[in-house]
Ligand binder design. Structure first.
Ligand SMILES: *Cc1c(COP(=O)(O)O)cnc(C)c1O
Length: 339
């Protein structure tokens, strides 16, 4: 048996999803004539109670487009030092938008209203860069799938409003957060000016992300997407996978969370594991004791068809997803216990 816990991006489209994709009506989306892309954008916007949406090729692209619309060269983005937009997007904030960052420490990547407030620079002092955007990530990837406290998000929103700053959400795993904290999607989304969601993570679509915002923002985002080479033509064939995923694969994310907790509990008992970040969603991050060589561990497990990744020094990450079934969890635990 093969158990692939490297990422929730490794899922393959199911037979039903593929059938839905094959039958999807298509058109030229740069002309906004693709009925399936239009339907996905409408569905996602309505789901979150946002005015408009834009289908894009990846979550990096939706984040980078949002930053590009919100910021000018020389401006500053406030985010966690562990934020995907800073850490995992190839320096895109600087490269695509000429903007810089103020990196806040945060608890498992979750920054606070107090720190945000302290980080906003006086716009009237010409020494400083202009603070133009605050960006949060929920769930937090490098924080091991940690979920934000909704009250903290509301407090951050208030600080942003007081300072006339837009608030962006990297919601690559937003659905993982929402099935756990039970906040209605519209109430949650109302806190943000722009939201990026991924369809190809836990939701299991093969390609794509959606950027959400008001009409004016999405109008500008459409231009930014074209400039970044992200204008796709008969994109409905892949957007259909995303539409299917949004309609069928959200509630089942709870199963992935149950599996992650089982993995976490099993890892906790092993004498070569020093610490597990409390498992809140579908990501398990374990710090290993010094006697365990991470590279060797990964190679040893790979020989037994169990795959996961190194995640910084003496640390590993395992991610559950819709192609991980209960017997994969049994397999993973038995391989780990055999080390
Ligand atoms: C995966 C991910 C993204 C987007 O990644 P792509 O591979 O570009 O789709 C963005 N933010 C977070 C937190 C992610 O985990």
């Amino acid at each position: 048996m093969l158990t692939d816990l490297r990422s929730d991006t490794v899922t393959k489209p199911s037979k039903e999803m593929k059938a839905f994709m094959m039958e999807a009506p298509v058109g030229d989306d740069v002309f906004q004539e693709d009925p399936t892309v239009n339907e996905l954008e409408k569905y996602a916007a309505e789901y979150f109670g946002m005015e408009a949406a834009l289908y894009c090729s990846s979550g990096t692209q939706t984040n980078q487009i949002a930053i590009n619309v919100h910021c000018r060269p020389g401006d500053e983005v406030i985010c966690s030092k562990d934020a995907h937009i800073y850490f995992y997007e190839g320096g895109g904030i600087a490269k695509n938008s000429g903007s810089s960052v103020l990196l806040l420490p945060g608890d498992r990547g979750r920054i606070t209203a107090k720190d945000v407030e302290g980080g906003i620079k006086d716009p009237n002092n010409p020494h400083y860069p202009l603070t133009s955007l605050v960006s949060l990530e929920d769930t937090m990837n490098r924080g091991g799938g940690a979920i934000y406290d909704f009250n903290e998000i509301k407090a951050i929103r208030k600080v942003c409003e007081e300072n006339q700053l837009p608030l962006h959400l990297d919601g690559a795993r937003l659905f993982n957060a929402l099935v756990e904290n039970n906040i209605p999607p519209k109430e949650y989304a109302a806190q943000f000016d722009s939201i990026s969601i991924c369809l190809s993570k836990g939701l299991g679509a093969p390609v794509g992300s959606v950027l959400l915002g008001n009409k004016e923002f999405i109008h500008r985002a459409r231009r930014a997407r074209k400039v970044l080479g992200g204008g796709m033509r008969q994109a409905g064939i892949i957007a259909a996978g995303g539409l299917y995923a949004m309609k069928n694969n959200i509630e089942r994310l709870k199963e992935d969370h149950k599996h992650a907790k089982q993995l976490g509990a099993a890892l906790e008992k092993l004498n070569w594991v020093e610490e597990i970040l409390p498992v809140q969603t579908n990501i398990v991050v374990a710090k290993l004791s010094n006697k365990m060589d991470v590279v060797e561990l990964i190679a040893e497990c790979a020989k037994k068809d169990l795959h996961f990744m190194a995640f910084g020094e003496q640390t590993i990450r395992m991610v559950t997803h819709l192609d991980v079934k209960p017997n994969n969890i049994d397999h993973a635990i038995s391989v780990l216990e055999g080390i």
